[in-house]
Design a protein around this ligand. Structure first.
Ligand code: 4AD
Ligand code: MG
Length: 434
């Protein structure tokens, strides 16, 4: 039981409790020469402290400012006027660390210029809330998947293979040989299925994304799952259950905190609407979303749907949608073709309002012959993938899986504008520090 629980339950009946509290000065209000109110932040919560009389007049009290660290000893009492219903009536105060006077100015900067100050911004309410809620959500994902009996594995993130196409690879010098930061752990995750069955991993993936959008970063937390002997329908159910399950858990564990960040928390309903890529193109045509606004040309069935029209569509629909059966020409080499429709793949993107794609998944091509043909068609050297192609020799099995961008999921859940707001230190084409 925390001090706060004790006071909020027992209210006025509680006798004062002598405590010492160390923390950062979050707010100061100088009521008069003889009375100073401080709100201290110790990371776990906020608490109001009041300094009276000579304490308020001391040199120390007069020099205090935002972000100084102090230790206040005093009597904690219930007081519903205080931020967290507790007031600490200070008896002594000591300064642990001073702070310059420019904090407020540094955290008020906006746009790209704000990123050099991110380490200070983290202390402000919005970012502190996103860090805390992110932690709850990440645990909820793990608990959800482990609750289904799935095993978490840890593939390497330094690799010498592609997964999602050559254009977004970060190359590194690996002891004189080329290697890459992984784009996705999927291929390695597939190799764990014959050992442990359904499995998942949550690791960073890297993409050299040169475009500046509000949902692309160069490093993102990637939650990937893989399921032996599943069907395409099973895969969609796995994604639906996971997304709804985690939203419910975060609401149950931190509803008020989440609502203080997002007045319009999503309530996804199962089953999610399903729409084929063909139907999505039809939707864009019917709603006069043009491929070329000036020439008034329409999207056609083989076209990739870029971010802007995708978001226009999903915002208009206003609920999560499984976009399925993408043309093979738009998707990765490993995807299984639709039975009887060799130009289409058993693939899925989960779109949500405000963000667009948050999950990408598919059934995997699992027979040896077609897999080798796909390597050839995509110009991938099969020797480097010997461990991957071996899976098609040693007991091939139908399977599928998905990758969820944790940052994008949280952007949606928290109702924020940009993925950069839910990542502690985002990495983009413009940002590598702090
Ligand atoms: O759709 P993607 O590229 O799919 C894969 O990587 C598959 N190998 C996953 C799998 O089946 N195991 O990426 C999956 C998800 C996207 O839906 C998106 O949420 C996120 O990863 N993502 C990014 N998030 C932020 N910034 C980027 N640059 C991202 N690229 C992908
Ligand atoms: Mg994708």
């Amino acid at each position: 039981q925390t001090l706060l629980d004790m006071f909020t339950e027992k209210k006025e009946e509680t006798a004062p409790v002598r405590i010492a509290i160390s923390g950062w000065v979050d707010r100061i209000r100088r009521e008069s020469k003889y009375m100073v109110f401080l709100v201290l932040r110790d990371g776990s919560n906020y608490v109001q402290c009041v300094l009276r009389g000579p304490m308020a007049q001391s040199l120390l009290a007069r020099s205090l400012r935002r972000e100084c660290t102090v230790c206040v000893c005093g009597d904690a009492v219930y007081d519903e006027r205080a931020v967290t219903d507790v007031e600490v009536r200070g008896r002594t105060i000591s300064l642990l660390g001073a702070a310059p006077s420019d904090f407020e100015g540094r955290v008020r900067v906006e746009g790209l210029e704000a990123f050099p100050h991110r380490h200070l911004l983290l202390r402000t309410q919005k970012y502190a809330k996103t860090l805390r809620l992110r932690s709850i959500a990440v645990h909820a994902f793990r608990n959800h998947l482990m609750g289904k009996g799935m095993v978490e594995v840890t593939p390497p993130t330094l690799v010498n293979t592609h997964c999602e196409g050559g254009s977004s690879l970060f190359e590194v010098d690996y002891y004189g040989k080329p290697a890459y930061l992984t784009q996705s752990s999927q291929l390695y995750l597939e190799t764990a299925c014959p050992a442990v069955g359904d499995c998942f991993c949550m690791l960073p993936s890297y993409r050299a994304e040169k475009s500046r959008t509000r949902r692309h970063v160069s490093e993102f937390m990637h939650l990937e799952t893989e399921h032996p002997f599943c069907t395409f329908d099973d895969l969609l159910t796995v994604i639906e259950d996971m997304v709804c399950g985690v939203v419910d858990t975060v609401k149950a564990e931190a509803g008020p905190l989440l609502e203080s960040l997002n007045q319009d928390v999503p309530s996804p309903q199962k089953p999610f609407k399903r729409m084929t890529h063909t139907e999505a193109i039809d939707w864009l045509r019917e709603h006069e979303v043009y491929k070329d606004e000036e020439a008034k040309t329409f999207y056609t069935y083989g076209d990739d749907i870029p971010e802007a029209p995708e978001r226009k569509m999903i915002d208009a629909i206003g609920e999560p949608v499984f976009l399925i059966k993408f043309p093979a020409s738009l998707k990765s080499f490993y995807m299984k073709k639709c039975p009887g429709e060799p130009l289409l793949t058993e693939s899925v993107d989960l779109l949500v309002p405000g963000v667009g794609e948050i999950v990408g998944g598919s059934m995997r091509m699992h027979e040896y012959g077609p897999t080798m043909d796909a390597f050839e068609a995509n110009g991938l050297p099969p020797e480097q993938y010997h461990w991957y192609t071996d899976m098609r020799k040693y007991g091939a099995y139908p399977h599928g899986g998905c990758g969820l961008g944790v940052g994008r999921f949280l952007t949606w859940l928290f109702g924020l504008h940009s993925i950069k707001e839910v990542i502690m230190y985002p990495r983009t084409v413009d940002i590598i520090s702090p």
